[in-house]
Design a protein around this ligand. Structure first.
Ligand code: COA
Length: 257
């Protein structure tokens, strides 16, 4: 299947893929909506949405060596355009997206205070949306039990001293603990817009039992970051996912096509 030079090809399983009607998309203040795109939906999404991509996005898609990566990018970017267009009542292809010096996609037009964040891993992509805030989401595939201490560079460059202590206390097969902190930190750094170009060790994430299971809190150089909602997301077996949003009491809901 060919769309303006962007291919959706390869024999893969496909799952139902029904785009939401734009006029039915609504994003109230204080809400975070997380959309999931499973790998089995990538080819139908690609076929439906490739035409919405801007020339620079098509060029980026075509630069991927493997069709799977090309299709995944087209599907994610196409769905991002579709959902942003729906929330903001404009055509997906009319949106103007640029990229910050740190790699963060930025909506140049229309400027409407819509925050979004995208993450993908083998098998799944997540797209999160909210209004007038900073927002980051991250998902990673669980790779089975690993010996945390054997991970190259373990504890260096990513984890704060406090997080490294938590991991060191975890049993040898502590992949979940490591991935949990990892996804939290990437979600936070994506919300801040720096990604890993900031010093990740300056930030610490820890369970926030006062707010309930699945909640966590963040601090920078020991100073609490207040006014945020930080959550571990249940993205299904085999995945670790987290979300950080600069809203004090955000309500998070899941959506899929
Ligand atoms: C952001 C980052 C943490 C993502 O890590 P990852 O787990 O490999 O990838 P994910 O799938 O979770 O996230 C990728 C998405 O994050 C977003 N993203 C990239 N950089 C970002 C940033 N600085 N802030 C917020 N979001 C960012 C993009 O939407 C990207 O998706 P896309 O490539 O389809 O547009 C990592 O890539 C990073 O630190 N990048 C910044 C490095 C930098 O400074 N680059 C400057 C030159 S561009």
């Amino acid at each position: 299947m060919q769309h303006d030079g962007v291919a959706a090809r390869g024999a893969v399983d496909t799952a139902p893929f029904v785009l939401p009607q734009p006029e039915r998309l609504a994003l109230p203040d204080g809400a975070v909506q997380v959309w999931r795109l499973d790998d089995a939906q990538v080819n139908p999404a690609c076929a439906r949405l490739a035409h919405t991509l801007a020339p620079d996005e098509r060029a980026r898609a075509l630069a991927y060596r493997h069709a799977r990566h090309c299709n995944g990018y087209v599907a994610r970017r196409g769905l991002l355009r579709w959902l942003v267009g729906g929330y903001l009542h404009c055509q997906p292809e009319a949106l103007r997206l640029t990229v910050s010096p740190f790699g963060q996609p930025v909506l140049q037009w229309p400027q409407a205070g819509l925050a979004f964040s995208v993450s993908h891993t083998d098998g799944l992509a997540l797209l999160a949306f909210a209004r007038d805030c900073r927002l980051g989401v991250d998902v990673e595939r669980r790779a089975g039990d690993v010996n945390v201490a054997a991970v190259p560079g373990f504890g260096r460059g990513i984890f704060s001293a406090q997080e490294a202590q938590v991991l060191a206390r975890a049993p040898p097969a502590a992949a979940d603990a490591l991935l949990g902190i990892w996804t939290r930190k990437e979600a936070l750094l994506k919300a801040l817009g720096t990604g890993l170009s900031a010093d990740p060790t300056a930030y610490t994430t820890e369970d926030d039992w006062r707010r309930g299971a699945g909640h966590w809190r963040a601090s920078r150089d020991g100073i609490a970051m207040s006014g945020w909602t930080c959550l571990d997301l249940d993205a299904g077996a085999g995945f670790s996912a987290a979300l950080a949003v600069s809203l004090p009491e955000a309500s998070v809901t899941w959506h899929r096509c």
